[in-house]
Design a protein around this ligand. Sequence first.
Ligand SMILES: Cc1ncc(C[n+]2csc(CCOP(=O)(O)OP(=O)(O)O)c2C)c(N)n1
Ligand SMILES: [Mg+2]
Length: 318
Amino acid sequence: MNEAKTKALAHFERMHLIRAYEEKLVALQQAGTAAGTCTSVGQEAAAVGVVAALAPEDTILTNHRSAAHLLARGANPARMMAEVLGRATGYCKGKSGSLHISVKDLGVVLTSTIVGGELSLVTGVSLSKTMLHEPGITTVFFGDGASCEGIFHESLNLAALWKLPILYVAENNQWQAFVHRREAMAAEQVVAHAAPYGIPGRSVDGNDVEAVHAAARQAAEVVRTTQRPYLLEVLTYRLRGHFEPDDQAYVDREELARWQARDPIRLLADRLRERDGVEAHELALVAERARARIEDAAAFALASPMPDAAELTTDVYA
Ligand SMILES: Cc1ncc(C[n+]2csc(CCOP(=O)(O)OP(=O)(O)O)c2C)c(N)n1
Ligand SMILES: [Mg+2]
């Protein structure tokens, strides 16, 4: 099998795993079993394309929509789901839920539920890594909404000034909670803010996983070789609501339909069939394997115990 096809199939399976994970949590929320989460449905290519371009020693900070980043990094969906359900077997012993989950062993050190919180901390994390001569770059995922906050500019300013090896990844999904990006952001694209700080950057079609991956590899390489920041913007769309449940009554149906037609999983399936000659039933098998893994993950999470009351005072700072 050629290299491009092997890689594309791996991306395809990972994107299906993320979609199945998010859809399972939606179903659990609708059944009253899980709390609502902010899903990354529609943004799977952005997460998979970028994270696959990173090295094991790289550090990641992310935001409230972090499940895709964690799963792309190889996190175990069973332990993630257990975390969301508040179980002792969760990555943070059930104390973080979806909004604060971190997996230090994978280098994912922060999920910030404070919009822009990840941007304020990334400079410190990167400075610390640099001063301690630790290997690897630091990547931060943030939304278009976060880029409208002052902290975004403070972060870019310091990263440029302190010459920090940070890969800024703006996931421009066109929505900032219930407000369209057009109503809150003066610039069309987040990347417009990089140049004034002397930071190189580019934006890429965030629903094309291969385009994202190629751009992210190039961006990470620039950060590694120059030891300076870079801003990569992935242009994508939040296909579900801000969180679950959300009827999306405020969403322009035509715009949604246009982006649904560009669903990143569907785009990759078309390419695998047309370019690489993969049969539809082979693709269906990959999707089925991902769904089965998520069903097992949910069964594990639901069968896991709640944390012991004595856990209340461990791992917390006062
Ligand atoms: C400082 C702060 N302000 C407001 C909120 C409420 N809030 C949570 S997510 C969100 C929208 C963020 O938009 P964006 O950064 O584009 O991320 P997306 O949800 O689109 O992934 C808002 C306003 C918050 N959590 N923190
Ligand atoms: Mg957004």
